[in-house]
Design a protein around this ligand. Structure first.
Ligand SMILES: [Zn+2]
Length: 314
């Protein structure tokens, strides 16, 4: 076994991915600013640099209706069986058969978020889903290209089956995780921590820390906010599991966000979150969340590579 692979075993990190993450969205490779090859690129680069082998990749199943119904209403889920409605939810002109597949994509990627959270919790390690983080979806409607709230579906499945109660959601996507916050508005056992540029809704929630930063925020101001507030939250809340939305859209080259974080600033952000959680031996599931433009894949890749090669916390 070569040195890097040995290190990977020591780090006890895993990747969640399956080819359906890509096939469902291939047909519309011009979709907005989103690089549809992003997650395949990350997987391929991890293989190319000998950072992972087939054994390090967990292949998720399609999420079941039972799991979806813990969060979403029956009426809303029924509506998603109609590809015309799906196209409307995603602000797209209906193109057959693409919109027949898109709900399937969400089913697989939600299965991936569940698997990442379950595996992290059971094995006490860090697991990266190469996708997920659809934090705008509500119980009864889609929003911001998010059909299924995979974060809440995973939390509710683990709570139902693993007797887990307290979950911290660290959401550092450029956009506010309003869907997750609303779903847990009256549930203080899910702490929602979010730093964002765009506030979608003012939400009054116990155990929520919502930090809005101005346009053009750079590394120094962003990292100062993160480092000032996150440690106290982790210390006081004592989560049994943390789900981290490591959105790449605060990147200065992102085509949607207007923050100016650099590649190294974002890696420092990810390292800080990782260390805050793992030094307290809290299981950590990481989701890709947003990130737009041709260079976006590199941000998540850098984080995974760092964990595999250097991120060990003894
Ligand atoms: Zn975003």
């Amino acid at each position: 076994m070569n040195r890097i692979l040995r290190l990977f075993r020591q780090k006890r990190a895993k990747i969640v991915y399956r080819s359906e993450y890509m096939t469902a969205i291939y047909a519309r490779d011009n979709h907005r600013a989103f690089d549809v090859m992003k997650f395949k690129k990350i997987r391929d680069q991890l293989v190319k640099e000998h950072l992972i082998t087939r054994k390090d990749v967990l292949v998720p199943p399609r999420v079941s209706d039972e799991d979806l119904l813990r969060v979403h209403t029956k009426k809303y889920l029924e509506s998603l069986k109609n590809p015309l409605i799906v196209a409307q939810y995603l602000y797209l002109d209906y193109v057959n058969p693409w919109d027949e597949f898109i709900f399937e994509y969400f089913r697989y990627v939600t299965g991936g978020t569940i698997l990442a959270a379950e595996h992290a919790f059971e094995q006490d390690l860090v697991v990266f889903n190469l996708g997920g983080g659809y934090h705008h979806a509500h119980r009864d409607k889609a929003e911001g290209f998010c059909l299924i709230n995979d974060v809440a579906v995973a939390i509710e499945k683990l709570r139902a089956e693993k007797k887990l109660r307290r979950v911290l959601v660290v959401d550092l996507d450029y956009h506010q995780g309003n869907g997750v916050m609303l779903i847990y508005k009256n549930d203080p056992d899910v702490f929602t921590f979010s730093i964002h540029g765009a506030t979608w809704e003012e939400i009054d929630k116990e155990n929520n820390l919502d930090i809005e930063l101005p346009s053009h925020t750079g590394d120094a101001e962003y990292l100062e906010a993160l480092k000032s507030y996150l440690p106290g939250v982790v210390e006081r809340f004592q989560p049994e599991l943390t789900i981290y939305l490591a959105g790449a859209d605060p990147f200065k080259e992102d085509t949607l966000g207007d923050f100016e974080l650099t590649e190294s600033g974002l890696l420092e952000r990810d390292q800080f979150v990782y260390q805050q959680i793992r030094q307290r031996k809290i299981p950590l599931a990481v989701l890709a969340a947003g990130g737009y433009g041709p260079h976006s894949w590199k941000i998540y890749f850098n984080f995974i590579k760092w964990v595999i090669t250097k991120g060990n916390i003894s």
